[in-house]
Design a binder for this molecule. Sequence first.
Ligand code: COA
Length: 257
Amino acid sequence: MTEHVKTEIVDGVMTLTLQRPEKKNALTGAMYDALSGALKQAETDASVRVVVFQGEGDSFTAGNDLADFASQARGEDSVDSPAHRFIETVSKASKPLVAAVQGNAVGVGTTMLLHCDLVYLADNARLSTPFVNLALVPEAASSWLLPVRIGHARAYAMFALGEPMEAAAALVCGLANAVVPRDELRKRALDAAIALTKRPAGSLSLTKKLMRDHQRIAAKIAEEGQLFKERLKTPEAREAFAAFAERRSPDFAKLLP
Ligand code: COA
């Protein structure tokens, strides 16, 4: 377990709070494993009816820890990564998932929202999926789910240009249920979660199953995962991670794909 993810269960709601605000809640392997473990517990624990994701500080999450990506690029970690395990677990969750998102939600911070059932955004929320800027490819089945949700053109601009989407636009595009003032965010998400705990759990789980094409999602996750793993080892990706660490812009011009 890690001190960077807090798990609480109160009145049927499991709340998972990312607690690494000094690093914008960037997700380490230990954090992914803590989230996966909690989601697995939620599946079998009858006292949990709904799961809420939220983050401490000014960002929901800056996505995968880029130092972890850099070490995977150097081949120091297994590529059956905690991140991949988390993506598989969140995509298979049978209980309702609710997200409360403020500030930046980068990479998996945005793609995991495509697996949530209710999404509440603070008015300063900013969703971004800059996979190509990092010389990577989309993950979490987002290469399929995001264009289906918001259209190809907008999804492509988010993936390929790294264009962020502000809260108001995300609401219009169908990525969220509501935009609320920052200080009302957690209450709004919790109220929705509590309302779900009062609905019949069997009906909720079947409704979610009917609404999601699990087989197709799993196939997309596997296809993306293979390419993502290959991309992590490329000179382009190594340059992108080095540039972030050195606080400079990457220079891809002289590199081979
Ligand atoms: N991995 C590791 N550390 C991260 C991080 C990440 N994904 N995102 C932010 N941090 C760290 C920064 O290195 C910095 O650490 P330091 O104080 O020790 O130098 C700290 O968090 C604060 O980040 P900073 O960039 O100064 O904050 P900001 O408010 O100016 O910008 C972001 C916030 C999220 C826009 C910016 O940090 C960012 O773009 N992060 C990278 C996001 C990313 O590409 N994620 C991967 C997606 S696949």
